[in-house]
Write a protein that binds this ligand. Structure first.
Ligand SMILES: Cc1cc2nc3c(=O)[nH]c(=O)nc-3n(C[C@H](O)[C@H](O)[C@H](O)COP(=O)(O)OP(=O)(O)OC[C@H]3O[C@@H](n4cnc5c(N)ncnc54)[C@H](O)[C@@H]3O)c2cc1C
Length: 388
C-alpha cells in the first residue's frame, strides 16, 4: 500500500480502523454482497468500538471528533475493501441533530446513539416526482395540536430497515405562500419503529449494489411536535448541514475506493506476465493508473479543505460539492483502469473488482449527480446565468 502525506496526522485513527477492518476481510464483504444482506456484524463492531459515535460530543458519550476524522474512518473502510454505504448515514446526519436540535433533543438522543442503543442512519429527502428539485417536494407536515401529520412519498431512502431514527424533510408551508422556495420546509426526527405500520410503509428497492434503500409512503403519519428539529420553516437550511457533510464523507469514501483500485491494479500489473514481461511495463497500462492516482490525490486535498471549513462552521457548500465531484470521478477512472487491466479476471467475483466497480459507480449519481454539481459551480461560483 503506497502512502502519501495528504491527510497525515490521522495515523492513530487509520491504524485502529484498519485493525478492525482486517477482521472483516474481502470474503466477508463479498459474501454479504452475494447474499444481498446488511453487514450487521461489521456495523455492530464499528458501533462497539465507538466509531459510529465519532461525531457525538464527549459530554453526550461520544468521541467529539470532527468531520475530517469521520471522513478518515469512512475512507479506511472503503480502502480496506468494505462499503461505508452501510453506515455513513449516522455520520452525515449527526451534525444536523447536534447543530440544529434542542438541548432536550441532544440530551435524549445522543447518549443513546453513542451507546449503540439507537441508530440515526436515515435521511428522507428525495421524492419520486420532484427528483433533484428539492424545494418542490410534495410531502407535507401539517400541525394539528401537539402533532404534525405527514402525508406524501419518498424514494431511495437508505438504511431505514437498519435504523431507529430518520431525519425527514417535509413542507410545512405551501410553496405558493412563501417568499423564497427554500422557505416553509421543516425537518423532523421520525421514530421508525413507531412510524412503520402506523402511517408509514416501507417498500424495499432492489438495486445494482448491495445497498438497503426504499420507497416510503406516508398516510397520516403522526409525529409529536417535540420531534421538529430547530425552527419550523427553516428546515432547508438545516438539511444542508447533513447534505454538505454527506458530500465530504462520500468524497472520502471514493478516495478510499480509488486507493483500493490503484493498489489492486498496481500489484496485478507488476505480477501479470504477458508477452514475456509484466503488463505494468507497458506505458499504455501505466498511464491510466498514474492518471487516476494523480486525480485521487487532488480530490483528497479538496476533501480535507471541505472538512476543515465544515468543522470550523464556515460556508463549505462549494468545496464539499467539488470534493465529491473530483473524488467520484477519480474513483470511477481508477475503477475502470483496475477492471481493464485485470483483463477477464476483473469480471470474476472473487477478485472483488466488479463489486467495488458497482459500488463506486453510484457516486456519479447519488447523493447529487455530477451535472447538478457542475450547474451549482457554474451559477453560484462563476456567476453564470441561472439555467433552471
Ligand atoms: C442507492 C441510492 C441511495 C440513495 N439514498 C438516498 C437517501 O438515503 N436519502 C435521499 O433523500 N435520497 C437518496 N438517494 C437519492 C439520490 O440522492 C438521487 O437519486 C440523486 O440526487 C439524483 O436524483 P434523481 O434520482 O431524482 O434524479 P433526477 O433529479 O431525476 O435527475 C436525473 C438525471 O438528470 C440530470 N438532470 C436533472 N436536471 C438537470 C439539469 N437541470 N441540468 C442537467 N442535468 C440535469 C441529473 O444530473 C441526473 O443525471 C439515493 C439514490 C440511490 C440510487
Amino acid at each position: 500500500m503506497h502512502n502519501t502525506s495528504i491527510g497525515a496526522g490521522y495515523d492513530d485513527i487509520r491504524d485502529a480502523v484498519r485493525t478492525l477492518c482486517a477482521e472483516f476481510p474481502a470474503e466477508y464483504h463479498r459474501k454479504v454482497d452475494e447474499e444481498r444482506r446488511y453487514p450487521e456484524e461489521f456495523v455492530d463492531a464499528l458501533t462497539r468500538n465507538g466509531w459510529m459515535a465519532a461525531l457525538i460530543p464527549e459530554e453526550y458519550g461520544g468521541s467529539g471528533l470532527g468531520l475530517a476524522e469521520a471522513s478518515v474512518i469512512m475512507e479506511e473502510i472503503n480502502r480496506a475493501g468494505g462499503n461505508s454505504g452501510a453506515c455513513h448515514g449516522q455520520m452525515y446526519n449527526m451534525n444536523t441533530l447536534i447543530r440544529h436540535g434542542s438541548e432536550e433533543q441532544r440530551k435524549f438522543y445522543l447518549p443513546k446513539i453513542a451507546s449503540g442503543e439507537l441508530r440515526l442512519q436515515s435521511m428522507g429527502v428525495t421524492e419520486p416526482t420532484t427528483g433533484t428539485d428539492t424545494t418542490k417536494i410534495k410531502t407535507t407536515a401539517v400541525r394539528k395540536g401537539d402533532k404534525y401529520v405527514i402525508n406524501g412519498q419518498k424514494v431511495w431512502i437508505s438504511r431505514v430497515q437498519h435504523s431507529d431514527l430518520m431525519i425527514l424533510l417535509a413542507r410545512t408551508t405551501p410553496l405558493d405562500q412563501v417568499k423564497r422556495k427554500s422557505e416553509g420546509l421543516s425537518i423532523f426526527l421520525v421514530d421508525l419503529k413507531e412510524a412503520i405500520g402506523h402511517g408509514m410503509t416501507v417498500q424495499p428497492i432492489a438495486n445494482m449494489v448491495n445497498h438497503e434503500t426504499n420507497e416510503l409512503f406516508f398516510d397520516n403519519l403522526e409525529i409529536p411536535v417535540e420531534n421538529l428539529i430547530g425552527e419550523e420553516g427553516q428546515g432547508f437550511k438545516y438539511i444542508l448541514t447533513g447534505l454538505n457533510a454527506e458530500r465530504a464523507l462520500i468524497a472520502a469514501e471514493c478516495i478510499g475506493d480509488g486507493y483500493w483500485f490503484i493498489d489492486k491494479v498496481t500489484n496485478y500489473a507488476n505480477e501479470r506476465i504477458v508477452f514475456g514481461r509484466p503488463i505494468g511495463q507497458n506505458q499504455g497500462v501505466q498511464f491510466p493508473i498514474a492518471e487516476s492516482f494523480i486525480e485521487v490525490e487532488a480530490a483528497n486535498l479538496m476533501r480535507f479543505e471541505a472538512c476543515r471549513l465544515y468543522d470550523e462552521q464556515q460556508p463549505c457548500g462549494t468545496q464539499a460539492n467539488m470534493a465529491k465531484y473530483l473524488a467520484a470521478k477519480a474513483s470511477w477512472e481508477a475503477a475502470n483502469a483496475c477492471l481493464q487491466f485485470h483483463g477477464g479476471f476483473g469480471f470474476a467475483c472473487e477478485y472483488d473488482i466488479e463489486r467495488k466497480f458497482r459500488e463506486t459507480r453510484l457516486y456519479q449519481v447519488a447523493p447529487i449527480s455530477t451535472n447538478l454539481i457542475l450547474s451549482y459551480v457554474a451559477e453560484h461560483v462563476l456567476g453564470m446565468p441561472r439555467s433552471f
